[in-house]
Design a protein around this ligand. Structure first.
Ligand SMILES: [Zn+2]
Ligand SMILES: [Zn+2]
Length: 216
């Protein structure tokens, strides 16, 4: 009987990873681009928002988190995904791919490449266990930074959109509601999307904006 290289449980289907660990790895891979985007607000909570807030006594800039910089940088999530894809392609005898585009496009491409090889990885790749564990650890390290998700009900009025609308640099301020059946809050006015992993940060901004409005 085979043993799954990730969970070390008996693996009836054979191969390197069991069905559960294969599925979990697919879900983790698919979440990487969203997790990468989800880190952005934590990296530049105020810097990206501009003078529109600081002039009104908005929140002071939070210190830049080095760990987030590392994860979002070329060596972080995208670097890990590209290295694993390189290894897979090498072991399959495929030519290496030269990454191109911005970090988000490269991460998407590397994730898509890994997903397309997932069946072979789970069945035949001797490194599948290390790969699956590394992806799990990456996802967990991002999740540990991103705050826990506050409960938001469909239709609930969450607050006013804290996005800054360029070029005027003014706060959007439209009412945010979670549409029924949606997982992310999307501002109907400026189009900014707020997935659940940024809701804790979103709440902080909304509260700060409300305080600034009350004080004005
Ligand atoms: Zn397993
Ligand atoms: Zn908005």
């Amino acid at each position: 009987m085979n043993t799954c290289q990730m969970c070390e449980q008996p693996n009836e289907i054979g191969g390197i990873l069991c069905t559960g660990c294969t599925k979990a790895t697919v879900v983790r891979l698919e979440s990487l681009p969203a997790l990468h985007r989800g880190l952005a607000p934590f990296l530049q909570p105020v810097g990206g928002i501009g003078a529109g807030r600081s002039g009104k006594g908005g929140p002071a800039p939070l210190p830049v988190n080095e760990e987030i910089l590392d994860l979002r940088g070329p060596g972080g999530l995208v670097g890990a995904a590209e290295r694993w894809l390189d290894d897979v392609r090498r072991d399959r005898g495929h030519a290496a791919i030269t990454p191109s585009g911005g970090v988000e496009a490269r991460l998407r491409a590397a994730v898509d490449g890994l997903l397309s090889e997932m069946a072979w990885i789970a069945l035949s790749w001797p490194s599948a266990g290390y790969f699956a564990k590394d992806i799990r650890d990456l996802v967990n390290s991002v999740r540990s930074i991103i705050a826990p998700v506050p409960a938001v009900e469909a239709g609930q009025r969450v607050g006013n959109c804290p996005a800054v609308v360029q070029p005027a640099g003014t706060l959007c301020g439209a009412v945010l509601r979670l549409a029924p059946g949606e997982k992310a809050l999307r501002c109907q006015w400026c189009g900014t999307a707020y997935p659940p992993y940024v809701w804790a940060q979103l709440k902080v901004w909304i509260d700060e904006d409300a305080k600034a409005r009350d004080a004005a």
